[in-house]
Design a protein around this ligand. Structure first.
Ligand code: ATP
Ligand code: MG
Ligand code: MG
Ligand code: MG
Length: 492
């Protein structure tokens, strides 16, 4: 490996600082009260007030013109939910770092593209023949013309014409919602395999061509009636995935071949005695071991950052998503790695080692993270014990070899003792050679949700104590108020 994660990060931050950008630290990965109900999913989240024109004129943010940062991002739930991809591919994580530069009413397209081009080709020294540039191709329904200005800029910088490609709204037009600031974007993709290819695999979901950087030009405001008007001042908002850039710099298709993941893999391997990680995906990874390595390492970074930033595993909202993620890790330690789930806490130390220099709060709060993860793991094991008892009780009563959707619903709702989560039920059924009609169950679950017209108390909501409460009882919560504050704001 030629490049370390810290070199890729600092090269970006330094380049823009050398071009008069102010470094602004990452905001929390967990939204504060009133700042949304999803995880922080992009670098721009903390700067929304600037784009919306609602920034307090006395605040420091009001003075920002050129900014650079590296943002802790989580894409689980909400508009961007990458959970289904994570582990299956080599380029999507639940937690990742987004490197970004901003112009707030300062430079616009020309300078933004010029700097991006110079950074990629001169500092990172990427060969231009491997890069492809997309621009907004227009939309007749919405009366939006193609961003030929952007196309011309890339051409003038020396990019061959066949490496500059138009795409539609989905890939090359950015908005914050149905109303508000929006605009075309231009994205930069890297072709791992075919230099000089005319970019036919761009945005085609090919592992060979990866999107590395998105440059958004905020130039319109969209109104209630859908019409667009020019913004009084224009902004630039960019985001580059650090893990993807690092893979590109090391000539690898995989974000996992880097110092951010290798130490985690090594530790999982040593603890479990499993075959070493070998980078297989899909059908090549028949036993799913490499996938399990990726999921465990990815999720360890996510739960470490999320808990550091004030979220606690719990029964509701984001806390519930976090808990599910930890539960999934425990399940992998048992089913695939056949090892003590305490491994989840060991991984926290490694994540703190790799990210602690860039985000010191991760080092500072790692003992708390480990305590929360340990409690969540204990909860899972306890639930598993009770689930087994319930399942066996059901089998004694019903003596069946097949579970209908209706029966599954009953079991998950606690008819035979504790409410058994579906995944756990599937494991138990497999163990007892019983088949499960999952599709019918899911259908019924949807229907029962509709009937109740509110989210029902799900089978998973079985603990009378959330992790937060247990931590409180054990007196291991930091005195720092931000925790309680953030926790309570994400619970409602
Ligand atoms: P993709 O099309 O690959 O899902 P995206 O278009 O959703 O990416 P953007 O919202 O444009 O991504 O975010 C900017 C950059 O952040 C991307 O160009 C990519 O480098 C990086 N990125 C986005 N999602 C992830 C993720 N889940 N894991 C790692 N990096 C990501
Ligand atoms: Mg995406
Ligand atoms: Mg994309
Ligand atoms: Mg994109």
């Amino acid at each position: 490996l030629h490049w370390s994660s810290s070199e890729v990060r600092s090269t970006f931050l330094q380049y823009f600082q050398n071009h008069d950008h102010l470094f602004v630290p990452s905001s929390s990965a967990i939204p504060h009260k009133g700042q949304g109900t999803y995880f922080t999913n992009a670098g721009m989240n903390q700067f929304k007030p600037v784009f919306l024109g609602t920034v307090d004129p006395r605040s420091e943010m009001a003075t920002y013109r050129r900014v650079v940062n590296s943002q802790k991002c989580i894409r689980v739930g909400g508009k961007h939910n990458d959970l289904a991809e994570v582990g299956c591919d080599l380029t999507h994580h639940t937690f990742f770092e987004m490197l970004g530069n901003w112009s707030f009413g300062d430079y616009f397209k020309e300078e933004a593209c010029k700097m991006a081009y110079e950074l990629l080709t001169k500092e990172y020294k990427l060969p231009v023949e491997r890069l492809c540039f997309t621009y907004f191709g227009g939309n007749t329904d919405l009366n939006l013309s193609p961003d030929t200005q952007c196309q011309d800029i890339w051409r003038s910088l020396g990019v061959p014409s066949d490496h500059i490609l138009p795409f539609g709204m989905k890939d090359n037009f950015w908005d914050m919602g149905n109303t508000g600031p929006c605009g075309p974007c231009t994205e930069i993709h890297y072709d791992h395999v075919r230099p000089h290819a005319a970019g036919h695999l761009v945005n085609a979901n090919s592992p060979d061509v990866v999107e590395i950087w998105n440059l958004v030009f905020m130039q319109y405001e969209r109104h209630e009636d859908g019409s667009l008007s020019p913004l009084p001042s224009q902004h630039v908002d960019t985001g580059m995935g650090l893990e993807r850039m690092l893979a590109v710099m090391n000539g690898s298709h995989s974000n996992y071949d880097s110092d951010l993941f290798t130490p985690l893999f090594d530790t999982i391997q040593k603890a479990s005695g499993a075959p070493a990680y070998s980078g297989r995906v899909g059908a090549d990874d028949a036993a799913g071991v490499d996938m399990a390595y990726r999921v465990l390492a990815d999720h360890a970074r996510m739960y470490t950052v999320a808990i550091t930033d004030g979220l606690m595993p719990s029964r509701h909202g984001l806390g519930h998503k976090l808990r599910q993620l930890i539960y999934r890790c425990v399940r992998y330690t048992q089913k695939v790695f056949h090892t003590d789930p305490h491994l989840l806490c060991v991984l926290v130390d490694l994540v703190a080692d790799s990210l602690g220099a860039a985000y010191p709060e991760i080092q500072q709060r790692k003992e708390l993270v480990k305590a929360a993860v340990a409690i969540t793991t204990e909860n899972y094991l306890q639930l598993q014990k009770e689930a087994r008892q319930s399942f066996q009780k059901m089998l004694r009563q019903e003596q069946c070899k097949h579970l209908t959707g209706e029966r599954v619903l009953e079991i998950t709702e606690g008819r035979y003792g504790c409410a058994v989560p579906l995944e756990m039920l599937q494991d138990l059924a497999e163990e007892h050679d019983v088949s499960v009609d999952v599709a019918d169950f899911e259908h019924r679950l949807e229907k029962s949700k509709e009937q109740q017209n509110t989210a029902p108390l799900t089978a998973r909501e079985v603990f009378s104590h959330s992790c937060f409460e247990t931590l409180q009882q054990r007196d291991v919560l930091p005195t720092d108020d931000s925790f309680k504050y953030i926790y309570s704001s994400t619970q409602s």
